[in-house]
Design a binder for this molecule. Structure first.
Ligand code: OAD
Length: 251
């Protein structure tokens, strides 16, 4: 393992346009539940994504959806960035593309402009009919269901649900960065959800080195889901994000 870490460190030191691409595993050690790993605490093992993360589920029972997100918001309000967040955040020449809806990279010190939230953020509500209204949410005291003051539809968390498009400008910026990067550090994602996970393929096909950090083997992140077999340049580091990421940037 140490020789792989050393190899990864040398790649990181030489990278010209490095990006990180993270998922729920990055925040797991801050006490934020993941969605679909082996833990029985994983959210999609305990809750139905159709009920809680789709337009259909929201139309059926908006209070249920908002209560669930407010519970996640309150949990997040008590969480602190972990060592992987603060280490990444200190790399001001990196672009951080994340699927996470928490703000732990930013509260760990990352500049807002260096972080792309592909799946939105919990600290905002927006109008469900996209009239353009949005407002900041106090994570510790989120409000119950209420109407949009501009158009009267219902406000909802400004996150992306299944079946919805990703924020276009953010996706374009992330895809452009994936095409241009020479090194993508993939941390704590099952790489199961498209189109976000496709950014790894874009980076790999553009010739970037891919370094993955995960407590488990990660098939797509490691190119095994692909037929082109472009695996030789990939580096897979199995372990906790806090332990591995800190080592990667130790000096
Ligand atoms: P997942 O829950 O699918 O995957 C989390 C990954 O993190 C798994 O591969 C774990 O093995 C790994 N992991 C867990 N703890 C870790 C640790 N301490 N260090 C390193 N790795 C660890 O989460 P995502 O890939 O982020 O979408 O899921 C993608 C999207 O699916 C989410 O953004 C969310 C969900 O539905 C939306 O909300 C739109």
């Amino acid at each position: 393992m140490q020789h792989l870490i050393d190899f990864a460190i040398s790649k990181i030191k030489n990278a010209k346009k490095p990006v990180s691409f993270s998922g729920a595993g990055l925040s797991a050690e801050s006490g934020i539940a993941t969605f679909r790993d082996k833990s029985e605490h994983a959210l999609w093992a305990r809750f139905d994504p159709v009920q809680l993360a789709s337009q259909e589920g929201f139309r059926e029972n908006p209070e249920r959806v908002i209560d669930w997100y407010n519970w996640r918001r309150e949990t997040l309000s008590k969480a602190s960035p972990n060592a992987a967040h603060t280490t990444l955040a200190a790399q001001h020449n990196w672009l951080h593309i994340t699927q996470n809806v928490d703000n732990l990279l930013e509260s760990g010190g990352a500049r807002e402009n260096n972080v792309i939230h592909l799946h939105g953020t919990l600290d905002k509500d927006r109008c469900n009919s996209q009239c353009g209204y949005s407002e900041k949410v106090d994570l510790a005291n989120p409000k119950a269901r209420r109407d949009c003051p501009d158009c009267g539809d219902t406000l909802r968390p400004a996150v992306v649900w299944f079946g919805e498009a990703l924020p276009e400008a953010d996706l374009m910026r992330a895809a452009e960065a994936a095409r241009k990067t020479d090194l993508m550090l993939v941390i704590g994602t099952s790489a199961a959800v498209m189109p976000a996970a496709g950014l790894i393929d874009i980076a790999r096909q553009s010739g970037a080195d891919i370094i993955t950090v995960n407590t488990e083997q990660s098939n797509r992140a490691q190119g095994r889901a692909q037929s082109d077999g472009a695996l030789d340049s990939d580096i897979e580091l199995i372990g906790k994000a806090t332990e591995i990421v800190v080592q990667l940037f130790a000096n």
